[in-house]
Structures are given as structure tokens and as C-alpha cells.
Design a protein around this ligand. Structure first.
Ligand SMILES: CC1=C(/C=C/C(C)=C/C=C/C(C)=C/C=O)C(C)(C)CCC1
Length: 290
């Protein structure tokens, strides 16, 4: 099913191309694709974490999984309340690692694995956040003032670009030119897109879809006859639960918050469900390679 990943990446580039050609500055275009990609691949890719622990979960194992999952969410929620800035930094570090990891789902990194993940994910994340810095700054303004970080962007992007490519080339010499080309082309596209569209294209098609594809590959033998439709059915419950939960919370705060505050709240909610997901996904991906 490598085909679906490539198809997703082409679709991501086509969405970007249409934006550049016909929809520059059109917020409706940005929001429509943000929601579409989030609902179809973004959220679902984290909805079978319980099955990655074990495809045939007993009731007691499911309960213990849920307790751990909810426990991590609860601790992180408390952290957001009392240490919001540290929680934000932790979110960005976890995300860089997690995003970088998904570039190497089907290949192995031998040397400086975690550093490579961090640098690859850090490169794409810094392009996304710094290329539309004034909007990133606005979204974060109720939490932290990042005004004086703007000038660090080009250096950070350059540093992570060079080092991530050196490390990937060192680990995978035969794929070096592919990684360099990908980081130049995708980096260029993300740099010219507005924040939310750049984020969702990268998140959906370079992270969520490849991760979901890997989940499908590893669960395939337990999915009976109609593998694809059974897999989709398995994605449904936790996808619906997460979307409904986020929707209710956003609606609850809607009357008292500005648009930017609601978007930030949305990302904080994403961070809460991402923290346990990143933990379980890391265990799943790394144990598969061991
Ligand atoms: C785009 C964006 C942000 C970062 C979002 C990140 C880092 C999301 C990570 C999601 C993950 C890791 C999902 C897991 O599967 C900020 C800085 C919060 C606010 C400005 C807009």
C-alpha cells in the first residue's frame, strides 16, 4: 500500500498548487482543507493505538490501556494549567520527534536515531511555524510573547536542514538524494503556504497517512475478509469520540474566546491527545524494528 502514501503526497502538493494558482489569501480554502484533512486522516491515524498494543485486546487490557492513556492526558492537562510555556515547548519537542519518526517508518536509522528524528521533524516544523511568523505569534500571544524569536527562524531552518540531511545521508546513503530533494521541494512549498494550510498538508500527508498505512499493514492479518472496510470500522469509535469531545469543548468556549484563542485551544486539545499517542506509537514503531 505504498501507493496510497504517494497518492496522498501528490494530493497534498495539488492542494498547495491550487492554493498558489487560484486561492491565494482565501481563508475559506484554507479552513475547508484544514477540516477535511484533519477529519479524514489527521485524527483517525491515532484512533487505533489500543490495537497496536495488541490486536486482540482483552477487556482488562483495554481498561489498563485506557487508564494509561487518560492518565497521560490528565497529567499533561495539569501541566498546561500550571506551566503553559513549558508545556508548549514540550509539545513542540515531542512533535518534532514524532514527525521525524514518520519519515523513517519503513526504513531503519542506525546512528543517532533520535537526533535524526528530532532534526528532520524540527526542520519541517520550524519552516511551518516561522514562514508565517506573524500569524504564529498572534495565535500564541495569549500564552507567550515570541516576538524576539523571529530572527532565529532562518538560522534554525538552515541548521536543521543541513544537519538532518547530513544525518539521513550518513544513515541511508542510497536515499540521500531523495531526502535532500524532498526537503528542498516540500520545504519550499511549506514556506510559501499560510500557517494552517502548510501545517495540515504536512501533518496529513507526510505524517498521518504514512502512519495509518503502517498501522494497516501491521493489523492486516487480523482484519478478516474485508480488510479495508474492517480497518475503517476500527478507526471509527475513537475518531468519533475525539472529534465530538473537541467539538463540544470548542463550542463551550466559543462565546467567550476570540477566533485566535479558539485555534490555540484547538491545538492544546490536539496536544493532549497527541501526548499518549506519541508514546504508544513510538513503542509500536520501534518494537517493530527491533
Ligand atoms: C501549527 C501550530 C502549532 C503547532 C502544532 C503542532 C506542533 C501540532 C502537532 C501535532 C501532533 C504531534 C499530532 C500527532 O499526531 C502551535 C505552535 C501550537 C500554534 C500555532 C499553530
Amino acid at each position: 500500500m505504498k501507493g496510497i502514501e504517494n497518492l496522498g503526497k501528490i494530493l497534498g502538493l495539488v492542494i498547495a498548487l491550487f492554493y498558489f494558482l487560484f486561492f491565494q489569501g482565501n481563508e475559506t480554502y484554507e479552513y475547508v482543507f484544514f477540516v477535511l484533512v484533519l477529519v479524514t486522516v489527521g485524527i483517525p491515524h491515532g484512533a487505533v493505538d489500543h490495537l497496536l498494543v495488541s490486536p486482540h485486546l482483552t477487556k482488562s487490557k483495554l481498561i489498563s490501556f485506557l487508564l494509561k492513556y487518560i492518565g497521560i492526558i490528565a497529567i499533561y492537562l495539569i501541566a498546561w494549567f500550571f506551566l503553559p510555556q513549558i508545556s508548549l515547548i514540550a509539545f513542540l519537542i515531542m512533535s518534532a520527534y514524532h514527525f521525524g519518526q514518520s519519515h523513517f517508518i519503513q526504513s531503519e536509522i542506525q546512528k543517532l536515531k533520535k537526533t535524526t528524528y528530532m532534526l528532520v521533524g524540527g526542520f519541517y516544523l520550524s519552516i511551518i511555524l516561522w514562514s508565517d511568523f506573524s500569524y504564529t505569534q498572534k495565535l500564541l500571544s495569549s500564552l507567550i510573547n515570541i516576538e524576539n524569536l523571529e530572527s532565529y527562524g532562518p538560522g534554525l531552518i538552515f541548521f536543521t536542514f543541513i544537519l538532518s540531511n547530513i544525518l539521513t545521508a550518513y544513515n541511508q546513503p542510497s536515499r540521500a538524494s531523495f531526502h535532500i530533494l524532498e526537503s528542498v521541494v516540500l520545504g519550499f512549498v511549506l514556506y510559501h503556504l499560510p500557517l494552517l494550510l502548510g501545517f495540515i498538508i504536512y501533518f496529513g500527508f507526510w505524517h498521518a497517512l504514512p502512519s495509518m498505512n503502517e498501522e494497516y499493514r501491521s493489523l492486516k492479518k487480523f482484519l478478516g475478509e474485508n480488510k479495508r472496510s474492517n480497518f475503517l470500522k476500527k478507526l471509527m469509535p475513537f475518531t468519533a469520540l475525539s472529534l465530538a469531545g473537541m467539538w463540544i469543548l470548542l463550542m463551550l468556549f466559543y462565546p467567550s474566546m476570540t477566533e485566535n484563542e479558539l485555534i490555540l485551544l484547538f491545538f492544546i486539545l490536539i496536544s493532549l491527545i497527541s501526548a499518549p499517542h506519541i508514546w504508544f506509537m513510538n513503542r509500536f514503531l520501534e518494537s517493530k524494528k527491533a
